[in-house]
Write a protein that binds this ligand. Sequence first.
Ligand code: 5AD
Ligand code: SF4
Length: 577
Amino acid sequence: MLQPLKRVLGSAGMTWWPASWAMRTEVRAGSSAGAQPGKKQGLQKLSAKLAAGPTLQQFLRAASPPQEPPCELTEGLEEPVPYLVPSTLPEAGRKVYLETYGCQMNVNDTDVAWAILQKNGYLRTKSLEEADVILLVTCSIREKAEQAIWNRLQLLKALKSKRRRTQSPLRIGILGCMAERLKEKILHRERLVDIVAGPDAYRDLPRLLAVAESGQQAANVLLSLDETYADVLPVQTSLNATSAFVSVMRGCDNMCSYCIVPFTRGHERSRPIASILQEVKMLSDQGVKEVTLLGQNVNSFQDTSEVQFCSAAAPSLSRGFSTVYKAKPGGLRFSHLLDQVSRIDPEIRIRFTSSHPKDFPDEVLQLIQERHNICKQLHLPAQSGSTRILQAMRRGYTREAYLELVHHVRDSIPGVSLSSDFIAGFCGETEEDHQQTLSLLREVGYNVGFLFAYSMRQKTQAYHRLQDDVPTEVKHQRLKELISVFREEAARVNGALVGCTQLVLVEGPSKRSASELSGRNDGNTKVIIANRELEDRAAARAQPGDYVLVKITSASSQTLRGVLLRHTTLQESAVYC
Ligand code: 5AD
Ligand code: SF4
């Protein structure tokens, strides 16, 4: 599973819509009071076009289920909506403000949505006040994440009503997982929301916004079996210039009993390798130094777009692991993707997230061990240390199988850094189960952890079959204990690096002091290069995007501090310790 944007020491229903069918849009009648007289003529023209809409044939053609077998090559080209072309849209030149909540996948979705809007003539603004359109890219994974959006909408309400009296009307949109989960509720409860677009409907944003301009509410929450936005080159605005996310797959088929993601993001589907390689090459040409391959379960990647690989056998699962779905043979798998991506530029460091522990066959581990530019850092979300709870969560492994995998990973990739996700207070969790989770945390010794209190989500299997019976105070007490043990362990793991030399990719000035540099080591731990060292001329020249060797002088549970030794390259420096 993907991680929230902020690292905290503490993602959605299977409305299985048919594959690549026509977009299903619901348009609600609403007030057109916000429309400005100057725009009236344009809007009338637009309304006429919308009313005319596509022909019945166009809808029937688009609504036919795909005829081709799953492995045949398909055209990835975006087909324009025939009756709306950018030049006819009155929105060209309007300013859009995008706000992202939730995981890295949402960061990437924001870039995709922006790429689509930019192509359609929108401008981007960083100021809420000057925005004509405000879009929130939302998360549903826990109740708290949704509450943040409801609160935000209350603030935007004031902004919108103020706007009506002065400038052009403000349009507000809810995008992503919460849009998918709560479409009706959002449109009814928050009349101020003009558009609702699910994670597979971003191509439809220009049209939805055009409808909103005519004063109506518009929604598209159709989930797709094949949308990967492969041909939409995301405009990377969210990360620093040294690092980029590249989305390689979407959706999830695992159906862990607590998780809403399969319901909001739909079935697993992988982007064709060729388009991924093309994007990484472009990033390399732009000077990006770190690429994170992104998806709900990147390591179950399966590109079936190349017909010659259709009959390949499914790779084996990690020992002692099972899935809720049948083995999926055919296609190019994650080891192939990783191999190809790591060959593009020997000076680009590769990471991937998120992963499920079931999909770590030996060929993937071996590749990580062999390649100097694949980070020796794995995210192995455990969720619980109790076999009984893991079964209730439908994770497909026992505590013992998970620990065996950890030992196997450590034997295969010496020095590997491990991170994990845990949920405190899942349905039926006893004190004994909780103690087992604490002991697993101690036994493994992760250097990064994402820990959460369980939040019951409608539609999930746990919602239908299990009791959310751990009292809130107990959940929070257990979460506190997990955080405390995790911190102790992370401080110990990081402390072992004091005195070692680490390869660090410089990201920029540190947040606390502009005279310090901040970067990350291979294990993805933050490294601060302190003031004193910057007085050194070589150190002073270190720029974002440089690889430097840093001697670690102190460590906490979250950060390393050190002395800059010299510049280096990724190829020159394997692991220094
Ligand atoms: N309640 C609490 N945490 C959850 N996660 C997923 N669903 C829930 C839920 N209903 C956590 C899992 C997952 C991470 C991204 O969020 O630990 O790996
Ligand atoms: Fe959710 Fe499980 Fe899929 Fe992760 S693997 S997104 S936890 S269903």
